[in-house]
Design a protein around this ligand. Structure first.
Ligand SMILES: *[C@@H]1O[C@H](CO)[C@@H](O)[C@H](O)[C@H]1NC(C)=O
Ligand SMILES: *[C@@H]1O[C@H](CO)[C@@H](O)[C@H](O)[C@H]1NC(C)=O
Ligand SMILES: *[C@@H]1O[C@H](CO)[C@@H](O)[C@H](O)[C@H]1NC(C)=O
Ligand SMILES: *[C@@H]1O[C@H](CO)[C@@H](O)[C@H](O)[C@H]1NC(C)=O
Ligand SMILES: *[C@@H]1O[C@H](CO)[C@@H](O)[C@H](O)[C@H]1NC(C)=O
Ligand SMILES: *[C@@H]1O[C@H](CO)[C@@H](O)[C@H](O)[C@H]1NC(C)=O
Ligand SMILES: *[C@@H]1O[C@H](CO)[C@@H](O)[C@H](O)[C@H]1NC(C)=O
Ligand SMILES: *[C@@H]1O[C@H](CO)[C@@H](O)[C@H](O)[C@H]1NC(C)=O
Ligand SMILES: *[C@@H]1O[C@H](CO)[C@@H](O)[C@H](O)[C@H]1NC(C)=O
Ligand SMILES: *[C@@H]1O[C@H](CO)[C@@H](O)[C@H](O)[C@H]1NC(C)=O
Ligand SMILES: *[C@@H]1O[C@H](CO)[C@@H](O)[C@H](O)[C@H]1NC(C)=O
Ligand SMILES: *[C@@H]1O[C@H](CO)[C@@H](O)[C@H](O)[C@H]1NC(C)=O
Length: 728
């Protein structure tokens, strides 16, 4: 039992030991890979970073806490003494051939003014401590190739070039605190190609720090960059560094800016973070800006609007970031503004075109710039210029402004007037009587024009170009006339903004809202004159159209016939038609008198005129189908002479109807054909059933078979078309 227990404990220990060793190895190896050197040893505590209060991961812990193996046993490193020649030249006391091969050069509280040149001849110096000397010049330092730690605390270094440490792959700790450092060339850390983890420039005289000396993009991790106790007021971006969207700014480290003279929070866009979300690339960095003289204004707005990123980057320090001024915000924590972003404003001064006696400020949380000139325009005139910002919210109320027409004309003579940039403007409580159209035209971009509390007594129709919700008149007292009736519609279109404007009418019937006033009370009976005329005109037009359509429909055949006549006269040159017959005579062959007249009077006459005639009862070949023959011959005849008579015999009726049909078809299909009608039996129009014959009748294009006609034959002939007539 006991044995088993001991065995278990033993096994456990073995496993623990193996696991521990493996992990430890891995961590050191990881660090070696990261910093490209293999002399560093991570302390045990870095295995347990979750419990560590400061570090987010084990690598961060290692970078901060790992030490080179030779530091753990001082017998690994030999101390070299410095002695001075007569002329104060420092020489290194050094004897070659010892079995120790790493050196420590420490010389504190001396009068060294430069790095001794001898150091370049000794190969394996890893540690230099020249604290509290008078060194001002560092240009030789990079010849100490294997240097790990450089301590120059309390010297006279004034300036650091950005390549001062170039080539020093093992440089891990640099202490330049308590020097006279006024400036660091931009890009120092962009040029570090080693394993720098501690950089201390605290207690110096720096007034500015460049963003390129804060961002380390070559080295994935560092531990501390200490710029505290300087007099830094501003962050610059002299080289125009900008954060690439694909850039990897590494894991960063802790950057200490406490106890500087920062007042105004820097512009994040000017620092190269064109999109505030790019700040997320600094997620693992931690900036400590506490104990500065922060002036809490609109510059802090981006930080509070992205409070999640800001909290992370500024770490817990963000919560400790306190305002120093303006007085009303003294000691207020910047993180409190996350809930009160409207308080973060930037005042705009007279220099930036804020008119005298006015108060102007930019308020990013509402994306607007407020210009408050309430009761402060001593000249009672509008200022010509206002701050160069967009989205102006202007208050010109209580200034005894009277003539808006003149004021706006004056403003519009400015090249870039602020009126187009105005979103809200107030002319309340002035002495304006009339609001001219120019106001609404130039303030078209505004969402609110406040004109309340003015003695306005005219509302012109130019008001229609602006929506009722965008203008506020309060109560307007008008002497209403019929011309004002449009206000009813305009006011009703205000919807839920109905309270912006209330128009009170002073009429014979007392004071009433214009919405409750009848047209009659305003004397609007004349208002339909134009309408009336318009209606009459329209009515007449409609009438004309109907009549025209009726006529066209009923007299279409007549019109067609007239049209043909007309065209025939115009087209006399048409090629003559070569046809078998000049005249086809359609008649009632049962009528003896008619037959007689045709045979003995008409035919000889036509023959005399040398016209060939087809007379069905004479020329039809017996035995052929009559209808075919009618169709055939009619299509070969130029003229169809129709002799109308009363017909009682069914057979004749049939053939005559057939002939009439074909004659119309021929007439319609061929423009050169002609129909001549002789009213033999003096038929009346209503006795005739065919439309086209009625049309001929009505047009008077019929020859009456009467005795008054001197010569029917000549009349008939004149109506016939013939090839001689065609080609004259
Ligand atoms: C170098 O020498 C100084 C002074 O003796 C000593 O304080 C320091 O620890 C030494 N550094 C190393 C790495 O041995
Ligand atoms: C330090 O190193 C020397 C030899 O390099 C060795 O003899 C000594 O035991 C070491 N001391 C410790 C505490 O590890
Ligand atoms: C270095 O100087 C100190 C005193 O200044 C002395 O004690 C020490 O022995 C010297 N070391 C060597 C190696 O000369
Ligand atoms: C020290 O000795 C090595 C060889 O052991 C030699 O190469 C080197 O030049 C010597 N250095 C000095 C400063 O004498
Ligand atoms: C440094 O120089 C000052 C005066 O020049 C002298 O008093 C002092 O002793 C010097 N210090 C050393 C360590 O040589
Ligand atoms: C930076 O330097 C100051 C003064 O030397 C010191 O108080 C502070 O702790 C240092 N910051 C860090 C993070 O080490
Ligand atoms: C800070 O630096 C920026 C850029 O160099 C400059 O525009 C700004 O005026 C400076 N602000 C102060 C307060 O010096
Ligand atoms: C920096 O701020 C301190 C107070 O924190 C003040 O005494 C000092 O005059 C300021 N320095 C500059 C250069 O503004
Ligand atoms: C701000 O805080 C400091 C120190 O905590 C205190 O002395 C000072 O009275 C506070 N000022 C205001 C206005 O609260
Ligand atoms: C502020 O308003 C201007 C103009 O209306 C617009 O172009 C700009 O995008 C707005 N800015 C923000 C942050 O909404
Ligand atoms: C309204 O604003 C647009 C751009 O925001 C500008 O182009 C236009 O000129 C402005 N309108 C007026 C009437 O100023
Ligand atoms: C409209 O105006 C009247 C009188 O000024 C006021 O009593 C009422 O509350 C207002 N209504 C709205 C919705 O603002």
């Amino acid at each position: 039992m006991n044995n088993n227990y001991l065995h278990g404990v033993f096994m456990c220990c073995v496993i623990c030991f193996i696991k521990y060793t493996v992990d430890c190895q891995t961590l050191n190896e990881k660090l070696a890979l990261l910093l490209k050197r293999n002399d560093l040893i991570c302390p045990d505590e870095c295995q347990y970073t979750p419990e560590h209060p400061y570090f987010e991961d084990d690598m961060e812990c290692c970078v901060c806490l790992a030490q080179p193996y030779w530091m753990l046993n001082s017998s690994n490193v030999r101390l070299l003494n410095i002695s001075f020649l007569q002329n104060n030249t420092p020489v290194i006391v050094y004897n070659n051939g010892s079995n120790v091969d790493l050196y420590n050069v420490t010389y504190q509280y001396g009068n060294l003014t430069t790095i001794p040149y001898d150091l370049c001849n000794i190969n394996r110096i890893v540690y230099v401590d020249f604290s509290y000397n008078c060194i001002s010049d560092l240009y030789l330092i990079s010849c100490i190739r294997l240097l790990d730690t450089l301590i120059l605390k309390g010297n006279h270094v004034k300036y650091l070039k950005n390549n001062v440490f170039s080539g020093m792959r093992y440089l891990r700790v640099v202490d330049l605190s308590y020097n006279k450092l006024g400036d660091i060339e931009q890009g120092l850390f962009l040029h570090i190609d080693g394993s720098l983890s501690y950089f201390d420039a605290s207690n110096n005289l720096m007034e500015n720090i460049d963003i390129s000396n804060i961002i380390w993009d070559k080295q994935d991790y560092f531990c501390v960059a200490n710029f505290s106790y300087n007099i830094i007021r501003n962050m610059t971006n002299l080289k125009g560094w900008s954060c690439d969207i694909h850039a990897d700014l590494g894991h960063g480290g802790y950057v200490d800016f406490t106890n500087n003279n920062f007042t105004i929070f820097f512009n994040i866009v000017e620092m190269g973070f064109y999109d505030i979300n790019l700040l997320g690339k600094l997620y693992f960095y931690s900036f400590d800006f506490r104990f500065n003289l922060w002036f809490c204004d609109c510059q802090f707005f981006p930080l509070t609007s992205k409070s999640n990123i800001a909290n992370q980057i500024l770490g817990s320090a963000h919560h400790g970031l306190k305002c120093h001024s303006p007085p009303e915000f003294k000691n207020k924590s910047v993180s409190d503004f996350i809930k009160e972003q409207d308080l973060l404003i930037c005042n705009i001064s007279f220099v930036d075109k804020c008119p005298p006696n006015c108060r102007c400020f930019y308020q990013p949380s509402r994306n607007r710039t407020v210009v408050n000139c309430r009761s402060s325009l001593v000249s009672h005139k509008l200022p010509l210029v206002l701050p160069d910002y967009v989205n102006l919210v202007i208050d010109f109320s209580s200034n005894r402004i009277s003539n808006l027409q003149a004021e706006f004309k004056r403003l519009l003579s400015e090249e870039r007037t602020y009126l187009g940039r105005t979103v809200k403007i107030s002319f309340a409580s002035n002495v304006i009587k009339d609001v001219p159209k120019i106001v609404f035209v130039t303030l078209k971009n505004a969402t609110m024009i406040n004109l309340s509390n003015n003695p306005i007594n005219i509302l012109s129709e130019s008001l229609k170009i602006i929506r009722p919700r965008a203008v506020l008149f309060g109560t307007v007292n008008l002497k209403c006339v019929c011309r004002n009736i449009w206000l009813q519609n305009w006011l009703l279109s205000a919807g839920r903004f109905y309270n912006n404007t209330r128009v009170m009418c002073h009429t014979s019937a007392g004071v009433k809202s214009i919405l409750d006033v009848d047209k009659d009370i305003l004397g609007c009976e004349n208002d339909g004159v134009v309408n009336k005329w318009l209606t009459i005109c329209l009515g007449m037009c409609l009438c004309c159209t109907v009549v025209s359509i009726f006529i066209i429909y009923n007299f279409r055949t007549e019109m067609y016939i007239l049209l043909r006549e007309h065209f025939r006269l115009l087209r006399k040159t048409s090629i003559p038609l070569s046809l078998d017959y000049e005249v086809y005579i359609s008649c009632n062959e049962q009528d003896d008198n008619l037959r007689h007249w045709i045979t003995y009077i008409l035919l000889p006459y036509l023959k005399g005129k040398r016209l060939s005639v087809f007379l069905p009862y004479r020329d039809c070949i017996p035995g052929t189908p009559r209808e075919d023959e009618i169709r055939e011959t009619m299509s070969k005849s130029r003229n169809i002479l129709i002799i109308l008579s009363k017909v009682y015999d069914d057979i004749s009726k049939r053939w005559l109807a057939c002939e009439l049909r074909y004659s119309w078809l021929n007439y319609r299909n061929d423009w050169r054909k002609n129909i001549v009608i002789v009213n033999y039996d003096f038929l009346e129009t209503n006795e005739i059933s065919d439309d086209f014959i009625q049309a001929f009748f009505r047009l008077g294009k019929c020859v009456d078979f009467s005795n008054y006609q001197k010569d029917i034959r000549a009349k008939v002939f004149s109506l016939l078309h013939h090839k001689f007539a065609d080609s004259y």
